[in-house]
Design a protein around this ligand. Sequence first.
Ligand code: PEP
Ligand code: MN
Length: 263
Amino acid sequence: LVSREFHPSDTVIKIGEREIGGSQIHVMAGPCSVESRTQIMETAHAVKEAGATFLRGGAFKPRTSPYAFQGLEEEGLKLLAEAREETGLPVITEVVDLRDVELVASYADILQIGARNMQNFNLLKEVAKTDRPIMLKRGPSATLEEWMLAAEYILDGGNPNVMFCERGIRTFENYTRNTLDLSMVPALHTLSHLPVIVDPSHGTGRWQLVAPMAQAAIAAGADGLIVEVHPHPEKALSDGKQSLTPPNFQTMMSDLERIAKVF
Ligand code: PEP
Ligand code: MN
């Protein structure tokens, strides 16, 4: 179902007036984690001002250490909904547990499946039952075929609105947090009709590399970007090192216009 052979024309995912996978380019931006009302509201207004078209923010966080901040959970979802109300930006947020799918779907406009859950097949089958579009991040060691087959679970389960998200894979290189595999953008566009988003934040782990890789992603044909922005990265509860400040995000957005117009 994910292959272009089966479905020659591009899938276009409609979210209100926004279309992902057609001619529009979308930028999803916001903090790694929702931390407080002040933090999410300040970030939401700043990214909207700079031209972002979706607000991102984690309420349920899959953390490497069990002692790291795990997210505000439902309180975080409520704050995201409030930020959407204030800014008009639709919200994308991660669901990590199949028991929370209904809850997260009741607040979010797009459900994110994180890299660590790409092959959590029960979770994939559960999100397939919702009417929300799904962004499926690439597992840190997943091949293209494994990734496409994971998406196949969601389409086969009844949800046709799936987009891929390249967020880097684990390689021997450790200067960057992951190796952002931009060749997946044209590869996926050849093999599949589904939209492709790129995450240069997790893909590099260093804020200085985010804007150049964002430009490269759009040049490679990505349908959109997902980027971490925090008003005070040095105080962030997660992923501060890869988070852009609002002024840096603003610069990234204006530099992007050299490559393509953001919706
Ligand atoms: C995130 O988007 O904050 C996240 C945890 O991403 P990934 O699943 O790609 O590591
Ligand atoms: Mn993050």
